[in-house]
Ligand binder design. Structure first.
Ligand code: ADP
Ligand code: MG
Length: 268
């Protein structure tokens, strides 16, 4: 009887119910559980496992390059942002409201770590996320344009709740493609959330994009309904080397700056 039922469940594509059937019936018998409760447990097993599978698939699709967790973020080292502030983001109302986040700061202060950690939490909650380094994004954007498939690509991208563009500002973008990037940001505006990390302050975006007015239009759309986090401090990458370097600074002429500049200044 059980194997017949399992077969039926499998043909209904309720694989998790089929797998859990024997155990749920057994424990229901032992604990004198009602038929209704037993059925409920089976349905819950199906729903729970389907959700886990969906999340697993979304994790793969997101293209996160590294495993960085929010739990591993040291808020004592990076004090520009508090744990309370980050925890406040975890209800993801900012994604529901199609708001953006911009993490700005010099190299090594934890922008990518936070972006990935936050993306993972969003994925766990069932949101769809797609991560790109800006370099890969631009490359793909140009390829899709060349093969006349940018419309389909964009449509696919806009199915995500969050699009992460990491490291805007390191490698210069060919000004010929700035308008394409503007089109993308314009499509996202008030429709999908974008998380940007950049080592460039807004004032430097004009020269980065090679066109002051398009850069302003991009920033305008990104910054409206957004939270901007300026992250300062020392590079975490140099954490263990800093004491040695600071000691040696006494003997140097200060040519090698160990501390990042104030937020109002250029980052690099
Ligand atoms: P950025 O993107 O700002 O250049 P990253 O996020 O790539 O910096 O950080 C560089 C390295 O230092 C990564 O390995 C990251 O995990 C680690 N890191 C940076 N900030 C912190 C922090 N506050 N706590 C723990 N690890 C950090
Ligand atoms: Mg980074």
């Amino acid at each position: 009887m059980i194997s017949q039922l399992q077969q039926g469940l499998r043909s209904l594509k309720c694989y998790h119910m089929a797998n859990a059937l024997e155990e749920v019936i057994q424990t229901s018998k032992e604990n004198d559980v009602s038929y209704l409760d037993c059925l409920n447990r089976l349905v819950e097993a199906e729903l729970h496992n389907r959700r886990l599978n969906r999340i697993r698939i979304q994790f793969r699709r997101a293209g996160l390059p590294l495993e960085k967790l929010l739990e591993g973020f040291d808020f004592k080292f990076q004090t520009s942002i508090s744990k309370r502030q980050v925890n406040g983001w975890l209800d993801f109302s900012w994604l529901d409201n199609r708001e953006n986040k911009l993490f700005l700061g010099p190299s090594g202060v934890g922008k990518t770590h936070l972006a990935i950690g936050l993306s993972r939490e969003a994925l766990q909650k069932g949101y769809k996320v797609r991560y790109f380094s800006m370099c890969d994004f631009v490359e793909e954007m140009i390829l899709k344009e060349a093969s006349s498939s940018s419309k389909e690509w964009l449509k696919e991208l806009l199915r995500n709740d969050l699009i992460v563009l990491d490291e805007i500002g390191y490698l210069p973008i060919d000004p010929r493609y700035t308008h394409l990037f503007f089109q993308f940001i314009n499509e996202c505006y008030e429709y999908r959330s974008v998380l940007i990390t950049s080592n460039k302050m807004p004032a430097q975006w004009g020269s980065y994009f090679g066109d002051e007015s398009v850069a302003m239009a991009i920033l305008d759309r990104l910054m409206h309904h957004s939270e901007i986090v300026i992250m300062n401090g020392d590079s975490y990458r140099l954490k263990d080397k800093l004491d040695t370097l600071k000691a040696s600074e006494k003997f140097s002429d200060g040519a090698f700056p160990l501390r990042s500049k104030a937020p109002s200044e250029n980052f690099n």
